[in-house]
Design a protein around this ligand. Structure first.
Ligand code: GLP
Length: 241
């Protein structure tokens, strides 16, 4: 795993955006895996700036998002569909027919999972997958104990994850109980992975990851077996290493 330590969140965001832009500039038809949560927000701001100031071209790019809550309408302010529209898609020249996000309201969620995995196989896998990390080591919404071979599936969210994400809702009770997420096996199909971690609250997870032990109770450790992972981490998140 290649590790890049930055002084702060701003530098982390700029570095991450640079890596994504390099991929898109190298291959205008790139498939990019995208993530939600607080961490990639700065990266998306930089990508928007790059589009406005340097005309980085997203017109042929395809994107796959990692996950979506089950049961939130697409236009719910906290759905990941809305997150992506507001924080990236509405501000760059991406073709909306090529932005894939799991449908957490599908009539048959099982079918939706199979379909999503099939799309990843047919159109993907991503050339570059952007990832955040949960305080408990989750990636996407793969909670501790998830199989490292798992494909897109429905996941019951941990109480700690619902608590961590409650800040985006009016209360923890409003945070959905389930999500549809790419599995760890789906994520590992990506050709390259860009993992971001920022802030003191991620320091424990990062030190655990960099211990280098693979453990299904710590989902991010699956990345240790992937040949092309770059971790961009700020000093605050790196302080326990
Ligand atoms: C969320 C998302 C993950 C994200 C993680 C960390 O629940 N499903 O994709 O990486 O938790 O979020 P944050 O970046 O806000 O700390």
């Amino acid at each position: 795993m290649k590790v890049i330590v930055t002084d702060n969140y701003e530098q982390l965001s700029a570095r991450a955006a640079e890596i994504i832009e390099d991929q898109v500039n190298m291959n205008s038809g790139s498939v990019i895996g995208l993530a939600t949560g607080g961490t990639p927000l700065g990266t998306y701001k930089h990508l928007i700036k790059g589009f406005q100031e340097r005309s980085v071209d997203y017109s042929k790019v395809t994107t796959f998002n990692l996950d979506e809550y089950v049961g939130l309408e697409e236009d719910h302010p906290q759905s990941y569909h809305q997150f992506m529209e507001q924080n990236l898609f509405n501000h760059v020249n991406i073709n909306h027919t090529r932005t894939y996000i799991p449908n957490g309201n599908a009539e048959s969620l099982e079918e939706e999972c199979l379909l999503y995995e099939q799309l990843i196989e047919e159109i993907g896998p991503p050339d570059l997958q952007l990832l955040g990390i949960g305080e408990n080591g989750h990636i996407g919404f793969n909670e501790p104990g998830s199989s490292f071979q798992g494909f897109t599936h429905i996941e019951q969210l941990d109480e700690s994850t619902r608590e961590a994400n409650a800040r985006f809702f009016n209360s923890k009770e409003e945070v959905p109980l389930e999500a549809i997420t790419m599995g760890i096996g789906s994520i590992l199909k990506s050709k390259a992975i860009l993992l971001l971690a920022s802030g003191e609250h991620k320091a424990k997870a990062i030190s655990q990851l960099l211990k280098g032990e693979t453990d299904e109770q710590f989902p991010a450790s699956a990345l240790l077996d992937h040949p092309n992972v770059t971790l961009v981490v700020d000093r605050a998140a790196y302080q326990l290493v």
